[in-house]
Write a protein that binds this ligand. Structure first.
Ligand SMILES: *Cc1c(COP(=O)(O)O)cnc(C)c1O
Length: 480
């Protein structure tokens, strides 16, 4: 185990030298002075640079490893987006700078919001978009609030939200937090919400149907038009969880499928970095019926001037304008790709996932065996017979230099391994991953126990996850 930074401290070592003082020294009031020195390590610049560089190399990231984490769309984040996000005119402005009256120095920043909203409305087929939500789950919350406002305004009595059993946990959690009861519909053999069961469970008290399409099995719902008609006949709104938008970008617009509200996870589909909890952005688009309920302020364009409109009482749902840096990166990405580029994203993402699916099919169980969209879901059920679980396979991949796929999700597939290569991976990289998966399948037959100890090549090996959660011990003790 390498040493912690403060264990490397050497008394008297310096990383920076301040210039000689060129103003008279002033004695500080006694009450502002420390009575003992702060316990800050002392290092040379090189000590610090090496420490953090080496630490960063222990990470798995899209910059260092293939990262096929299903549902998360961990694709390459173009570095040009980082450069643009650091432009002074965007990074060094304050959200409370005046937007009118001759002092306006943030017209460009407002234009970016306006243009990105329009771009997302176009891609999703929605009437208007707000960039305020800070993540997909936050977008879901806003989306359900919009739907609730709509029903309230119409005097509709609504009690339920329908979700398929393949849905991401944030869908039912959001609806439930917003006061709705959840009706779950099971997945049919064809890999999506059972149409007959859906029709049976649909009723006039259903406020919304929340769907991911393609869903978390990577399956595009063949009955989506019918679902939309049935839902609308009961004045229920159709919510589109946009986490999987990467599969249909520029090809199909959720609005044309009948969806009324959409969130887009910019940190997934629009290539801005994510992981370790953020930052993200979950813009929400909605149809004209829901537009009056969007949070304020709205950026409006009059002539060639942009301003903020507060003409409604709908409060913001975040401070200022959302995670602005993420929005800049997403906008840069959209401009860079252009409409043909975005279509290409969807095509290659789907092609790559099908390639991996076909190559691994002989080695792992494929519960829903059909052409997939941008991700495929295997089950380790065959390997479990030899005592090897999805978790062991995931850890075995770490030893072979790959970030594991998502495991144990979606919940309806036992021992699930959900693989999403994304469009940015080369055939060579995918082949290396496929080889590693095949090698592991072989080891399951010859030496299954060795996988129970994986990873063995990393600074931290197999943890007792229960103990790690119950008895968290992350505090350094000097003399321990
Ligand atoms: C990622 C994801 C979410 C939640 O999005 P966050 O941006 O992580 O809050 C919701 N649904 C699905 C299917 C997802 O993959």
């Amino acid at each position: 185990m390498s040493k912690m930074l403060f264990e490397k401290s050497v008394e008297g070592r310096k990383g920076v030298s301040l210039p000689a003082m060129d103003v008279p020294a002033v004695d500080m009031p006694a009450n502002l002075k420390r009575n003992k020195l702060a316990e800050i390590g002392e290092y040379s610049e090189l000590d610090v640079v090496r420490h953090y560089t080496n630490l960063s190399l222990k990470n798995f990231s899209v910059d260092t490893h293939f990262y096929p984490l299903g549902s998360c769309t961990m694709k390459y984040n173009p570095k040009v987006c980082e450069t643009v996000a650091r432009f002074d005119g965007l990074a060094a402005i304050h959200p409370m700078m005046p937007v009118s009256g001759g002092l306006d120095m943030c017209q460009g920043a407002l234009e970016l919001i306006y243009e990105l909203e329009n771009h997302l409305s176009e891609v999703t087929g929605m009437s208007a978009t707000t960039l305020q939500p800070l993540a997909g789950a936050h977008g879901e919350m806003l989306g359900i609030m919009l739907i609730a406002s709509y029903h309230r305004a119409k005097g509709n009595k609504k009690k339920y939200v329908i979700v398929p059993d393949s849905s991401h946990g944030t869908n039912p959690a959001t609806a439930s937090m917003m006061g709705y009861e959840i009706i779950t519909v099971k997945t049919a053999d064809y890999g999506d919400m059972d149409l007959d069961e859906f029709k049976e469970k649909m009723n006039d008290e259903v406020a919304a149907v929340m769907m991911t399409n393609p869903n978390t099995l990577g399956v595009f719902n063949p009955y989506i038009k019918e679902i939309s008609e049935v839902a609308h006949a009961h004045d229920a709104m159709l919510y589109y969880d946009g986490a999987n938008l990467n599969a249909i970008l520029g090809k199909v617009r959720p609005g044309d499928l009948g969806f009324d509200v959409v969130h887009v996870n910019l940190h997934k589909t629009y290539a801005t970095p994510h992981g370790s909890g953020g930052p993200g952005a979950g813009p929400v688009g909605c149809s004209a019926k829901l537009e009056p309920f969007l949070p304020q302020p709205r950026v409006v364009k009059t002539g060639d001037k942009f301003s903020l409109n507060y003409d409604k009482e709908n409060p913001r749902i975040t401070s200022y304008f959302g995670n602005y840096g993420v929005l800049v990166k997403a906008y840069t990405y959209a401009l860079m790709m252009g409409s043909d580029g975005l279509k290409d994203v969807a095509e290659k993402a789907v092609l790559n996932a099908n390639y991996i699916m076909q190559k691994l099919k002989p080695y792992y169980d494929l519960p829903y065996d059909k052409t997939c969209m941008h991700e495929c879901v295997f089950s380790a059920s065959r390997q479990v017979e030899k005592g090897v679980h999805a978790l062991d396979i995931a850890k075995g991949l770490i030893d072979r230099g790959f970030h594991p796929p998502t495991v144990y999700f979606p919940l309806i597939v036992p021992e699930a391994m959900m693989i999403e290569p994304t469009e940015t991976e080369s055939k060579q990289t995918m082949d290396e991953f496929i080889d590693a998966m095949i090698e592991i399948a072989g080891i399951v037959d010859t030496d299954p126990d060795s996988l129970h100890h994986a990873p063995v090549t990393r600074p931290v090996t197999r943890l007792d996850e229960t103990q790690a959660a119950r008895q968290v011990n992350v505090r350094y003790q000097k003399d321990a």
